[in-house]
Design a binder for this molecule. Structure first.
Ligand code: CA
Length: 436
């Protein structure tokens, strides 16, 4: 494949209803980021800008010896951002509950390492067709996944902005990490929900086809404002081109400097892609203040559940098992528990466990079903953490798929417990995969 590079632009607007901008955005030749802060006036700004400050540390030459590959570096940076929020909350309990979404892409010269948590989105326009690459970590998305509502109903659901995951400075945060393989001509859009809530995908698709990414970014912001501008709206756009293609000097990225927008620019620093310079003057004049008496929807939005839903469910059903053992209703609940699977360590190896990953009053409700040949310490750090925490599977097949997925990410030779004729000796060629 031809060597690629990309053009970029970052743009934000406070919107028509809010008095401050809690989004932070960043675009540079290596790094693309959107963070949508939450938790009320000062805290949302702080959460998104502090997170961006950590993620920006990736905008340098990575050292494979200490950083690992781009995805491992991304994992470390996101983990640091989470820890940073924990410190800020410990220092000032008044900001307890603050957090941020994150959509971040790090370019290693061949492919993109992607981190995603919350409901900021990543889209790709390829050969004229738009696809959404990220899956929202929202309550309504979970209803869609369960087939209880349609995507169309989700769009207008009263609780559509309730998040199930975000960076909150807590231990139980679970971002998605993945690789993406760009192709020449691809346009990538990272945006906050201030765009995706206000502008339908068909319109985003049409707008992304505009002649330049600068025009497309400006038009996307304008469309969000025209549709009501209820929220801060931020976009980061990248277009992949052959590395030897001459630079269009009219593009805002022609100077090669990073563009920082939103809450992270409280300290002005050089060029920013501030939308107020780029959009029609009339639309921006109406922004700024509001006397909206209603409670801030952002305050309502950001009540993410302290513990993931399924863990609650597991605890609840496991409790039923124990209570059931004491009473007479154990059969069903115990039978249920023994049809559950999860992937977790068994000694130094990854294993499929049958049952539920809890023990109550000393009673363990799981046992090892199959031990695999994958050594825990041969996995990348983020997969190691996931396995140590236990990865829930819907059934045995899914558990096996999880193990297969883990085994192709092994980073060093793993002596297999069950001898195999062709033990894996080298790191596999990275096979970029895409977020469903
Ligand atoms: Ca938002």
């Amino acid at each position: 494949m031809a060597t690629l590079t990309y053009r970029y632009v970052a743009l934000t607007d406070v919107g028509l209803r809010r008095s401050n901008n809690q989004d932070s955005g960043y675009a540079s030749p290596r790094l693309l980021v959107i963070a949508d802060g939450m938790g009320g006036a000062a805290a949302g700004d702080l959460a998104s800008s502090a997170t961006l400050a950590e993620i920006r540390q990736l905008d340098r030459d990575l050292d494979p010896a200490t950083d690992g590959d781009a995805l491992e570096a991304m994992y470390s940076a996101v983990t640091r951002a989470n820890r940073r929020l924990a410190e800020l909350i410990a220092d000032d309990p008044a900001v307890e509950g603050m957090g941020t979404t994150l959509e971040a892409m790090l370019w290693d010269g061949e492919k993109l390492a992607v981190a995603h948590i919350g409901d900021s989105r990543a889209y790709r326009l390829r050969e004229g067709r738009l696809s959404q690459l990220s899956t929202d970590h929202t309550f309504v998305q979970s209803l869609v996944d369960e087939g209880r509502i349609t995507p169309e109903e989700a769009r207008v659901h009263p609780h559509r902005s309730l998040l199930l995951k975000a960076i909150l400075g807590r231990d139980d945060f679970e971002p998605d990490f993945t690789w993406l393989q760009p192709a020449p001509g691809d346009r990538y859009l990272l945006c906050s929900d201030g765009l995706s809530d206000m502008v339908p995908d068909e319109t985003i698709e049409r707008t992304l086809k505009l002649e330049t990414i600068d025009l497309a970014a400006t038009e996307l912001i304008r469309l969000a404002l025209e549709a009501g501008g209820y929220d801060n709206v931020s976009v980061v756009l990248a277009e992949f081109v052959p590395a030897d293609e001459p630079m269009d000097e009219d593009l805002s990225c022609a100077d090669g400097r990073p563009q920082i927008v939103g809450a992270a620019t409280t300290q002005p620093r050089g060029r920013t892609g501030n939308a107020s310079a780029a959009t029609a003057p009339g639309t921006i004049a109406a922004t700024g203040t509001t006397d909206e008496p209603d409670p801030d929807p952002e305050e309502l939005r950001y009540a993410p559940r302290p513990v993931p839903r399924r863990r609650w469910l597991r605890w609840l059903l496991a409790t039923v098992v124990v209570l059931g053992l004491l009473g007479g209703a154990a059969a069903y609940a115990y039978d249920w528990s023994q049809r559950q699977y999860f992937v977790a360590p068994s000694g130094d190896l990854v294993a499929i466990h049958r049952g539920v990953d809890v023990s109550i009053a000393g009673i363990t409700l799981s046992h090892v079903d199959q031990v695999t040949g994958v050594r825990i310490d041969s996995l990348p750090a983020y997969q190691r953490d996931r396995v140590n925490a236990g990865i829930t599977a819907a059934d045995l097949d899914e558990a096996k798929r999880i193990v297969t997925n883990l085994s192709i990410q092994v980073t060093e030779p793993t002596p297999t417990a069950t001898p195999s004729p062709t033990p894996r000796r080298t790191r596999p060629t990275p096979t970029p995969t895409e977020t469903p």
